[in-house]
Ligand binder design. Structure first.
Ligand SMILES: [Zn+2]
Length: 306
């Protein structure tokens, strides 16, 4: 069945790129509502932004959603991953600025907030999108593929020059609380040279060593080091789950990303829906619903970070 939040949950933080304080409130919503953002700092015109793939504006650094009136919200991927991974299908996300707060650069704060407050079962079955045939997109040495599967699986490979990251590969079935247990605390990462370039362009003004893993050659500059030896590829899988949730519901399929990112994953989802007979919405019977991300989540298995 579909689920929403039991009660509103507030997160206060900072926008990664703007560096400004932002308050985000996740609110319960009716069955069939889906996930929507609402800009509460704008008082004129259409301030509702749907969390759907065709509202994504192409951008390399993060996932930005824009509505028909040009009102946008950026860096939605980590909260979308948390909602997908906790099995929340309906929510209204109020936000008083243009960016989701970055928190610690992972989804763990959102996951702990959602799970500690609890989710509520609703009276309608989950609508999932079943991948029926392989779809693949590629660009500049990167590729992203969706293959048919009766569950949600994510497989990712990255290959970075910096020895602190290097080549990492991982594959996980998202059933049984895997997202919360294995992925949700893995932080966004970047190279020191990229941070300097972003700062010069007025980006990442809220970026600190507290909300990103910064690497330079062999060295991890972030105090305390890595949370997992392969934290980087785990974070890419987290991003993929969040970006894939913009299909409008859970996907039943196997995602294979090779050095892909937000923009390519979005192109993949668009291609999936544009390709005839590649995907079909289904009302999940119990045996399929039991394998969706968010089912089988155990509070004690969610990482606790300082
Ligand atoms: Zn990310």
């Amino acid at each position: 069945m579909q689920h929403t939040l039991k009660s509103p949950i507030t997160f206060d933080g900072t926008g990664l790129h703007s560096g400004k304080p932002v308050r985000m409130v996740l609110r319960p919503a009716a069955a069939g509502h889906g996930i929507w953002f609402k800009r509460t700092d704008i008082h004129l015109g259409d301030v509702m932004i749907p969390a759907i793939y065709d509202a994504v504006e192409r951008t390399q650094l993060c996932t930005r959603l824009v509505n028909g009136a040009g009102v946008s919200v950026s860096t939605v991927e980590h909260v979308m991953a948390a909602l997908a991974g906790c099995g929340v299908h309906n929510a209204l996300i109020e936000i008083d600025g243009p960016e989701v707060p970055i928190m610690d650069g992972s989804s763990v704060t959102f996951v702990r907030g959602i799970v500690s407050r609890g989710v509520r079962q609703q009276a309608s079955p989950v609508l999932a999108y079943k991948v029926l045939k392989p779809v693949t997109v590629a660009r500049e040495g990167a590729s992203a593929t969706l293959l048919p599967s009766d569950r949600m699986e994510i497989e990712f490979t990255i290959d970075f020059e910096d020895a602190a990251i290097g080549r990492q590969a991982k594959r996980l079935d998202m059933a049984n609380g895997t997202f919360a247990r294995e992925l949700c605390d893995s932080r966004t990462f970047c190279r020191r040279a990229d941070v300097e370039m972003m700062r010069d362009n007025g980006l990442a003004l809220g970026g600190t060593l507290d909300n990103a893993v910064v690497v330079d050659g062999h060295n991890v500059l972030t105090p305390g080091g890595l949370r997992h030896s392969d934290e980087a590829v785990r974070h890419k899988m987290l991003d993929a789950l969040g970006d894939l949730y913009l299909a409008g519901g859970p996907l039943l399929g196997r995602y294979v990303g090779d050095r892909s990112g937000h923009s390519l994953t979005n192109t993949l989802v668009r291609t999936l829906f544009e390709t005839p007979d590649a995907v079909r919405p289904i009302l999940c019977p119990p045996e399929i619903a039991a394998r969706l991300p968010g089912q089988g989540l155990v509070w004690n298995e969610i990482p606790h970070v300082a």
